[in-house]
Design a protein around this ligand. Sequence first.
Ligand code: SPV
Ligand code: MN
Length: 630
Amino acid sequence: MGKNYLDILKERLDEPNYKKLMAINNPYLHEFVAKYIELCNPDSIFVSDGSDEALQYIREAAIKTGEEMPLAIPGHTVHFDGYYDQARDREHTKFLLPKGVDLGPTIKAMDRDEGLREIHEILKDIMKGHELYVCFYCLGPTNSVFSIPCVQLTDSSYVAHSENILYRQGYEEFIKRGPTKEFFKFVHSEGELDERKTSKNIDKRRIYIDLEEDTVYSTNTQYGGNTIGLKKLAMRLAINHASKEGWLTEHMLIMGVHGPKGRVTYFTGAFPSLCGKTSTAMLEGESIVGDDIAYIRNINGEARAVNVEKGVFGIIQGINSKDDPIQWKVLHSPVEIIFSNVLVTEDKRVHWIGKDGEVPPRGYNHSGEWWIGKKDAEGKEIPCSHPNARFTVELKHFENVDPKLHDPEGVPVGAIVYGGRDSDTWVPVQEAFDWVHGIVAKGAALESERTAAVLGKEGVREFNPMSNLDFLSIPVGKYIQANIEFGKKLSKKPKIFGVNYFLRDKETGEFLNDKVDKRVWYKWMELRVHGEVGAIKTPTGYIPKYEDLKRLFKEVLGKDYSKEDYMKQFMIRVPENLAKIDRIKKIYETKVPDAPQIVFEVLEAERKRLEEARNKYGDYITPDKFEEVD
Ligand code: SPV
Ligand code: MN
């Protein structure tokens, strides 16, 4: 940089914005902001101090710039991403690694110098014609050991607006901390926009992560998963820090499961996309702390978790009044909500795939003017809303929000749940034998089947350890090891469970459970955490006893649960479980060069237990063959 950074700031910022920035006594921050002002060259600069006025300014800017449009219900707006900018771009999301650093074959990376050169070239003058928003946030609750201050530079009012909904403000946190280099930095530009206000230069879409400087660059994209720095971009930086400092950054929901006599037991849960994560976080009768990202720390021997966020960037497809009453209510209330990539009708109302009622014959969506039967350039019929269409709203508007959402101490973790889309292997719910068995056989072995709606062959299983594979900034083996070590140091270890909401009948192919049955599994797990129900010991874990489920089905759902259903659902399918062990072992052998030895040992022991059971009882074993335990 030719000029002194203070001169640049003085020259480019007007008096009120200069003052707001200078109220933070941090030369590293000032230098960083000045560097990207000079490089990106915005027309004007707005510094957000997190005040009501600042939040209102950004809300209005989103309308003025055309990145959002107001809808019929007050507080509601809609934003569109480009037709080819509707999801996280795995291809162009890369870690910038110095020479000699290797994250293994499953993680996308490139040479740091080369990446920095490329991204800085793309950033040159990229904000011309735009306003730059300088925003401060805090990951995790403020005034907490979990807090990580962040600065976001973006020329997208939609991104700044989304972050104001999704994250706690951090301006005061920066003021309090003074001159420190310890904060995360995000530089985003949507780049040049087309007439629909969507990013034009998609060929220059890049998301580059620099772990050395705790900085993420994102260009020529608007989709939240690529642009909202504090979401999946910060997650990658945090996983790296967590691994060095002995805590965990997980792709997990946090919920309070309500047990007998007013007891609340907190669960965290990891599920790959489209495997029931949001519906679990929103389970009727329970309370929600978070639906996407958790930090978990060992505090005096106890695992404690916080929601990194304070809002939801949720998938809207399929939300209807019957299955999702709580979300439905929020989506129809006059509170601040950004809808993205839904259908908007002439009367400024929204529609989406799976919403109650008829699909409107025409409207406006992510493809522009839309009508039923419209096809895209590839001849594919365009649905009324994109399958990844979303809504952005604060958690405080949900009636099931947990009172501990902002607790700086977090919530104690009583249980961790792992679940994927699995038509034929796992039983609906099972408890791991212990921490290591749970981390390896449930978490590290997590897979999910592709659905018909997603690219590729239906039923193909994708390996996704802890549902965190897309975000790992450390080698997979090291990450598994960090999870194992974390538990070893706890004096009170959370129980670990595996769940499967998608098990099908072997003969008919029908789902074996109703969507609502999961409410019972959570009540059962809660009782297990407190040792209040017994179980049956199978080769893959502890499963519920029929009598306990029968009682819980009646109490929770008012349903009669038949022994026949139980036998089908909880039958141990030996060949499928053995095939899974083979698949997972092979992945760890061939794609995870640093896989800890314990992974193979735990999988081998499970294979042995399955084979012994098969020798005694055959391939498909009903629960009555196994022993009951306390
Ligand atoms: C996910 O895909 O896991 C999400 C949405 O939570 S995104 O912000 O795109 O990551
Ligand atoms: Mn997610």
